[in-house]
Design a protein around this ligand. Structure first.
Ligand code: PEP
Ligand code: MN
Length: 339
C-alpha cells in the first residue's frame, strides 16, 4: 500500500501519518520526491484499517493498494505514461526518439563525423561511451573525461543531446556534469549503490536490462532510482542471454508491451547489442517500433571495420539513413511521430 501526500502537506502531517501506521503495527518507508512525499506501508496491510486511521489528516491525498513488488514505477501507482523532457526532446509520448552514435567515443574527429551523420538522418540524441564496460581488461576502456569533453563539443556543434554510460559511483558527478542522460549499462543493472547514487541526481537515467535479468528485476532496479527521488528513468531492452548463438543476445520483443503494461516509464530498444551483427539491426529496430517502443538506441560508425569496439554491430551511415526512413514510415502508419 502507498499513501500519497498532497504537494502542500506539512511535515507534521507526514509524521502523524507515519505514527498512526506504526501504531497499527506496520513498517513504513518514506519517499520524498521533488513534488510530493509518498509513504510506503511495507508488507500485506489492511486497507480499511489504514484508511480509517489516516483519511482525516488533511495532507493525505490518496491510498493506493499495490500488489507488485515494484511500487513507484508501477501503473497501479501512476496510470498515465511518464514523459521525460530532455531539453525539449520528449521520450515516452507519441514521438519516437532515436539515440545513435558510436559504441565508444574514439577521437574528436570521428565523433564529430558520426554526430553529423546521425543528426542529418533525424536522430535527436548522440550516444557514445567515454567509460566502457569491457569483458576483457585488455580491450579499449574508453577515453574517460576527454571523451566526455568531445561529447559536449559534439552537442555544441549539432544541438544533439548526449547519452553516455556511467560505470561507477565515483564517476557519477563528472558524467552528470556533461551528459543529458546517464546510461546504466546491462552489467550494472543490479549495482545498487550506483542506482541509488544516480537516483539522487537531477538527470534522466537510461537503465538497460541486465543480460540475465527478468523484467521484474529490471523494474525493481528502476524502483531503486525512483525511490531516491529521481523519477526520470527510461528503460531499455537490449537483449537477454539465451541458448541461441547466431545473435549476440536474444531481443525480448515481448518485454516492450509487458513493460508498458506494468509500468508508466518509457521503454526503448537497443537492437545493436541484441543482434551483435549489423545485418540484423534493421529488422530488430523495425520490430521494436511496431511493438510500441518509445524509441531506439543504435550504434553507428563511419568506418565500422576500424571501430575500437562493437564495429561488427555498427551501422554505416547509409544503412542508418535507410533505417530512419523506414522507421518514419512505420511510425506514420501507427499514428506516431518522428520529427
Ligand atoms: C553500450 O551501450 O555500449 C553497452 C555496453 O551496452 P550494454 O550495457 O547493453 O551491453
Ligand atoms: Mn557497444
Amino acid at each position: 500500500m502507498i499513501i500519497t501526500m498532497r504537494s502542500d502537506a506539512k511535515k507534521n502531517e507526514i509524521k502523524e501519518v507515519v505514527r498512526r501506521i506504526k501504531k497499527l503495527g506496520y513498517e513504513t518507508k518514506i519517499f520524498s520526491g521533488v513534488k510530493k512525499t509518498v509513504i510506503h506501508v511495507i508488507g500485506v496491510s489492511d486497507r480499511d484499517k489504514i484508511k480509517k486511521e489516516v483519511e482525516q489528516i488533511s495532507g493525505v491525498e490518496k491510498l493506493v493498494p499495490i500488489l507488485h513488488p515494484f511500487k513507484l514505477v508501477s501503473r497501479e501507482f501512476k496510470d498515465n505514461d511518464t514523459i521525460i523532457d530532455i531539453g525539449g526532446v520528449k521520450i515516452g509520448g507519441d514521438e519516437i526518439v532515436v539515440m545513435a552514435g558510436p559504441c565508444a567515443v574514439e577521437s574528436e574527429e570521428t565523433l564529430f563525423k558520426i554526430a553529423d551523420v546521425v543528426k542529418e538522418a533525424g536522430a535527436k540524441i548522440l550516444r557514445g561511451g567515454a567509460f566502457k564496460p569491457r569483458t576483457s581488461p585488455y580491450s579499449f576502456q574508453g577515453l574517460g573525461k576527454k571523451g566526455l569533453e568531445y561529447l559536449a563539443k559534439a552537442r555544441e556543434r549539432t544541438g544533439l543531446k548526449i547519452v553516455t554510460e556511467v560505470l561507477s559511483v565515483e564517476d557519477v558527478p563528472v558524467v552528470a556534469q556533461y551528459a543529458d542522460i546517464l546510461q546504466i549499462g546491462a552489467r550494472n543493472m543490479q549495482n545498487y549503490s550506483l542506482l541509488k547514487t544516480v537516483g539522487r541526481f537531477n538527470k534522466p537515467v537510461l537503465l538497460k536490462r541486465g543480460m540475465s535479468a527478468t523484467i521484474e528485476e529490471l523494474l525493481m532496479s528502476a524502483e531503486y532510482i525512483v525511490s531516491e527521488g529521481n523519477t526520470n528513468v527510461i528503460l531499455c531492452e537490449r537483449g537477454i542471454r539465451t541458448f541461441e548463438k547466431y545473435t549476440r543476445n536474444t531481443l525480448d520483443i515481448s518485454s516492450v508491451p509487458v513493460i508498458k503494461n506494468l509500468s508508466h516509464l518509457p521503454v526503448i530498444v537497443d537492437p545493436s547489442h541484441a543482434a551483435g551483427d549489423w545485418r540484423y539491426v534493421e529488422s530488430l529496430a523495425k520490430a521494436a517500433i511496431a511493438a510500441g517502443s518509445h524509441g531506439l538506441i543504435v550504434e553507428v560508425h563511419i568506418e565500422p571495420e576500424k571501430a575500437l569496439s562493437d564495429g561488427k554491430q555498427s551501422l554505416k551511415p547509409e544503412k542508418f539513413k535507410k533505417l530512419m526512413r523506414d522507421i518514419c514510415a512505420i511510425s506514420k502508419a501507427l499514428g506516431r511521430r518522428i520529427q
